[in-house]
Unconditional design. Structure first.
Length: 109
């Protein structure tokens, strides 16, 4: 592995380890959802209405790990933190695999 690749991997792992800040900081600050992670109800409350296009596609995609939480709705903060880290690492691995597969087909030696 080159020096750049080592730094890249280190940076990605650090970012994955920092992902729980998305649930911990709102708890500390006494706020609600993490910014931008709003459902239909929250968006309706924030905007005062729900855009028609959003209504049409709101249920189009269901996340494999809803709320990044493998422990269910009643999970403790420890389970949520571990779930966020695992979700971040899985996301990184999937993106790297997709890029690797694309590069195998695109780059000719």
């Amino acid at each position: 592995m080159t020096k750049f690749q080592k730094r890249l991997v280190t940076g990605l792992v650090v970012m994955a380890l920092l992902t729980p800040l998305g649930i911990v900081l709102p708890m500390i600050a006494g706020s609600e959802d993490a910014w931008g992670e709003w459902g239909s109800e929250t968006l309706q409350k924030l905007l005062g209405y729900l855009p028609e296009g959003f209504k049409k596609i709101a249920d189009l995609w269901k996340a494999p790990l809803p709320d990044y939480n493998m422990g269910g709705d009643g999970a403790g903060i420890g389970t949520q933190v571990v779930s966020y880290i695992v979700s971040g690492l899985l996301g990184i691995i999937l993106v790297v695999l997709v890029i690797f597969v694309i590069m195998k087909f695109v780059v000719k030696k």
